[in-house]
Design a protein around this ligand. Structure first.
Ligand code: UDP
Length: 310
């Protein structure tokens, strides 16, 4: 396949580029480098099946030649990033998705949309299955991301139904691993960099809120299975092992052997109280489930962060 990865220089996008190249596909990576980082793909420079185009996908995408698939991963993804970049986040989810779908239609390519567990908002149903419509505050600070992704799903289904474009939608739950930005503000990079530098670990609220963390290699495997499947309705991909943020803070302290203390800060507005994927659909239709335990994934992530902190 000849595949375009938008957001290909980001954390997940760059792992997808690696995965596709290993499976002998040709990869065109597109990124405007606002939250993506060229270092994430620098090891691919000179690869005969890899190319990079610096481009903002909210602008018309011109791409010569044939194309088999578009993986639309461009977007700020950390709450801190999308609070700082609210308009860009809304634009990339709406206009960017429209451009990516337009390109897929023109080329007769399949499009896979990177959606999110944020479409469930602060969920009233737990764990979250794909048939839950969610509980999102459209005018809250997180709304810029949540609603952009909800709009992106609606636009994707419209192109599928009206134009017959082959589409796939993955709802990605919290994912971690090497190449997350140290300062992206999410809980994994925050806690690890705080632990490694001996600074206090900042737990927001009382730490009773829960998240379920998936290692990036598991996620990319699930996404590839979805891309190559015939499932055209949304599929959750994430790890269903749930931790409170307090448990997670203790785990990071244990694994790093850090002497950091835990301190408390205000809980951000609309912070979901619980989150855990129901992965029954992925298990049944894709034969997928995560394999990497938190301890193992954290150790791999730690190696990367150690090299960056140093
Ligand atoms: N969080 C925290 N301390 C931090 C960063 C995040 O306690 O330094 C909490 C945050 O309030 C949320 C959870 O960790 O409850 C996960 O936050 P993250 O920003 O990673 O992503 P989210 O799952 O909220 O999109």
């Amino acid at each position: 396949m000849r595949v375009l990865v938008t957001g290909g220089a980001g954390f997940l996008g760059s792992h997808l580029c690696d995965f596709l190249l290993k499976r002998d596909h040709e990869v065109i990576c597109m990124d405007n480098l606002i939250t993506g980082n060229i270092e994430n793909i620098s090891h691919l420079s000179g690869h005969e099946r890899f190319s990079f185009i610096k481009h903002d996908v909210t602008e018309y995408i011109f791409l010569p030649g044939g194309l088999d698939a578009v993986l639309h991963f461009a977007s700020p993804a950390s709450p801190v990033d999308y609070l700082e970049l609210p308009i860009q986040t809304l634009k990339v989810g709406s206009l960017g998705t429209h451009k990516a779908l337009g390109l897929a239609k023109e080329k007769g390519a399949r499009l896979l949309l990177a959606s999110t567990s944020e479409v469930y908002g602060d969920p009233e149903i737990h764990p979250q299955a794909e048939d839950y419509w969610g509980n999102v505050n459209p005018i809250g600070p997180r709304g810029v991301y949540d609603e952009a992704k909800r709009f992106a799903e609606a636009m994707t289904m419209a192109y599928h139904r009206y134009h017959g474009v082959e589409t796939r939608i993955v709802r990605i739950f919290n994912t971690y691993g090497p190449r997350m930005r140290l300062n992206d503000g999410r809980v994994v990079p925050n806690f690890i960099s705080q632990a490694l530098s001996g600074k206090p670990i900042t737990v927001y609220g009382d730490g009773s809120q829960t998240r379920s963390f998936c290692f990036c290699s598991d996620l990319v495997d699930g996404i590839y299975r979805l891309l190559t499947s015939d499932v055209d309705t949304p599929v959750n991909i994430g790890n269903p092992t749930e931790f409170s943020i307090m448990e997670f803070a203790r785990k990071v302290i244990e694994i790093t052997g850090s002497a950091s203390e835990i301190i408390y800060k205000d809980l951000p507005e609309d912070d979901p109280k619980v989150r855990r994927p129901n992965i029954g659909k992925a298990r049944e239709l894709l034969g997928w489930e995560p394999k990497v335990e938190l301890d193992e994934g954290l150790k791999k992530t730690l190696e990367y962060f150690r090299s960056r902190v140093n």
